[in-house]
Design a protein around this ligand. Structure first.
Ligand code: CO
Ligand code: CO
Length: 320
């Protein structure tokens, strides 16, 4: 996509050159549209819960921009010849229930026949043009808050190899199905400078995107990052998806790892997440307030995982 010539527009507030979580287009001085789309192959066996995860994941980018989802469209690539209709119906039901839970409406969609099942949604939301939260804007001194634990990528890999325990599976599914709505609402009225959601590039990859867009250096303390205990256990057994290594290599030049940090911590922080949590840069005087709001609202694993330690070209320091 990088070689395409993007067309600028005075009302295109967040477009493709910024590579943010979603596109944002101003339609009135008070309202900007947020648009995003995501779909993928099943990562869990239960079709209803796969639908829920796919929808929570697609809705997440609207929350990551500071917005509220209004409508959603299904995107379905279904192997109609080989998969029972009931399975496909359950996927769509899971997605729709999650869209409703978000207070949004499912208004349509499109399906095509495809030998490999894929499902996701295009989501439209709104935000006040002055309150858009992008990856740019983190400032030196900000605290960094992560709202969900890491490790769903490692557990999904263990599931594929039939190595994950029932509890690990259940914990990962619950986490991936959880909307970032409550976390996003907790940000209201606080001095939040930058937000993104943690997905395929892991905490280090998306953190680096924020650092680069904001022209700052982030310091992340591995010991403070919440991680699902089963993921740590599987990572210690060497069950690390190939994507994590790719993520790590992608970040390497801009990553300074303290020699006291164990390799397994680097693997966990590089773990590709589906429907991961929000990653927030917030003014230091509001950090504790955000954390207690999150914990009070049931986002119990949220933690302050680091801080913005300097200005610069975009870099992450990883400390124990
Ligand atoms: Co995103
Ligand atoms: Co996305």
């Amino acid at each position: 996509m990088c070689s395409l010539a993007f067309k600028p527009h005075p009302d295109l507030l967040v477009g493709l050159e910024a590579a943010d979580d979603a596109g944002v287009f101003r339609i009135t001085p008070e309202i900007a549209l947020i648009q995003t789309v995501d779909f993928f192959t099943p990562i869990v066996n239960d079709p209803y819960r796969f639908g829920q995860i796919a929808a929570a994941n697609a809705l997440s980018d609207v929350y990551a921009m500071g917005g509220r989802p209004l409508t959603a469209l299904n995107i379905a690539c279904f192997p109609l010849q080989t998969t029972p209709a009931e399975v496909l119906k359950e996927i769509l039901r899971g997605g729709m229930d999650k869209v409703h839970e978000a207070g949004a409406l499912l208004v349509g969609g499109h399906s095509v026949e495809d030998p490999e099942l894929k499902y996701g949604l295009a989501v439209t939301g709104i935000v006040h043009p002055d309150r858009i939260l992008t990856k740019a804007g983190a400032q030196r001194g900000d605290l960094l808050v992560l709202t969900k634990p890491l490790g769903t990528g490692i557990i999904a890999t263990a599931l594929k190899g039939r190595l994950a325990s029932k509890e690990a599976e259940e914990a990962a599914i619950r986490l991936m199905s959880e909307l970032n709505r409550t976390a996003a609402e907790a940000l209201e009225g606080l001095e939040v400078h930058a937000v993104t959601d943690i997905t395929g590039f892991g905490l280090l990859g998306h953190g680096l995107e924020m650092a680069t867009a904001s022209k700052v250096e982030l310091t992340i303390y591995a010991g403070r990052v919440p991680v699902l205990s089963w993921a740590r256990e599987y990572a210690n057994m060497g069950l690390v998806p190939a994507g994590s290594h790719a993520n790590r290599r992608f970040c390497e030049k801009h990553l300074e790892i303290d020699p006291r940090v164990a390799q397994v911590e680097v693997d966990l922080l590089s773990d590709a997440q589906t429907s991961g949590g929000l990653f927030v840069a917030i003014a230091p005087q509001h950090g504790e307030q955000l954390l207690s709001r999150l914990h009070d609202k049931g986002v119990i694993d949220a933690a302050i995982v680091g801080e913005v330690t300097d200005t610069g070209a975009g870099k992450i320091k990883m400390k124990p």
